[in-house]
Design a protein around this ligand. Sequence first.
Ligand code: PXG
Length: 463
Amino acid sequence: MSLTNTLPTAELQALDAAHHMHPFTANGALGKKGARIITRAQGVRLTDSNGEELIDGMAGLWCVNIGYGREELAEAAARQMRELPFYNTFFQTSHVPALTLAARLAELAPGDLNHVFFAGSGSEANDTNIRLVRQYWALKGQPKRTTIIARRNGYHGSTMGGGSLGGMAAMHAQGGLPIPGIVHIDQPYWWGEGGEMTPEEFGITRARLLEKKILELGPENVAAFIAEPVQGAGGVIIPPDSYWPEVQRIVDQYGILLIADEVITGFGRLGHWFGSQSYGIRPHVMTIAKGLSSGYQPIGGSIVCDEVANTIAQDEFNHGYTYSGHPVAAAVALENLRILDEEAIITRVRNETAPYLAQAWARLADHPLVGEAVSRGMMASLALTPDKTRRAAFKADAGTAGYICREYSFGNNLVMRHVGDRMIIAPPLVISPTDIDELIARATKTLDQTLAHLHREGMMVAA
Ligand code: PXG
């Protein structure tokens, strides 16, 4: 049985509208418009139910690192389903896929990040991290160390824990977030918030907010700091070079734990296995998901250093998920890691395609609508602005221009997202220079159309 193209598009859209509640969506409005139905994919391209072909500039949702259509992963899943489709790892049992994947991750992860606690997603893994770091300090005889410092406009998932660690105002406005014991400091977003400072000065200033917050709370009450090496969902915010070294100094000085949320930056996106390696940071815990399986199966986890894991091991850790280390997901992840490694995909990103993308993308900064065009590895973003000389925001509500741009982009068969008035891409790591050229051509056309639209509607007005 095939689940694709069983019905005409309009009927699929009607069923979707009637029964399917989409995440992060005003479902009433989408129901009227109709969702775009994606039916198949190959390489970096998606096909929709009308037969249109799109370049997937977002690698699914920042996850399809090896690209679509890799038979080996389908085979790995089928083989594992036949052999052992499920078993748990709770009650003194283990299985080969989970233990092999844990060992492989220990090999790949830097330093003494040698232990893995599995989850089904990045959100679940961050919920694990909250309990893990608090339990660590409790076992160290410092039970008051419970507060976790995170950042505004960071994203760490959508569970109660993940959504609380995240600093998304729109999420905190709903459902009673954040939970107690989590506080936020400002992000290192120079273009939007740096004022008259140089990026380097601003990076130091924003890093020192961590120190200020630790001192305000009392270091004896602080468990950990969590951050993404590069903010993804927040708009691909690339921190100034001065930021991470100063954060590392502060974390070391006050002896708090550092959690690097590598859900997006892990598995090659920044040209190394982990973003922490790109920035030279030494986390105690890394959150992983997405690129771990290239999205072919839902799987996430926490990679934990010797000191934290050995301490946690002293007592029962009352935490876990049915699907922690799911054998099919683990088998698929292992096959994905094999392909990333043996095909030298990450090396190619670092030495060839990321520099190529960086050059091509940077040229978009010449466009009259673009205030900055930045990239790191296979993550890139543009700031749309009505006045680039002043790094100005639009008079219209944040996200109005960005949404218009996104609509043109989808119309041009390029999946490029907007976060407020920033446009973002994070294509599969296997994208070729020719496809990068095509992506840039569609993005340029999109910017031209958006600029014409904003002029027409009298919206090129600064706040
Ligand atoms: N941490 C980071 C850094 C993420 O980007 C999560 C945790 C949560 O992972 P799960 O697997 O629970 O979704 C993420 C997820 C967006 C968008 O709009 C980004 C994510 C998820 C959904 C939407 O860019 N990132």
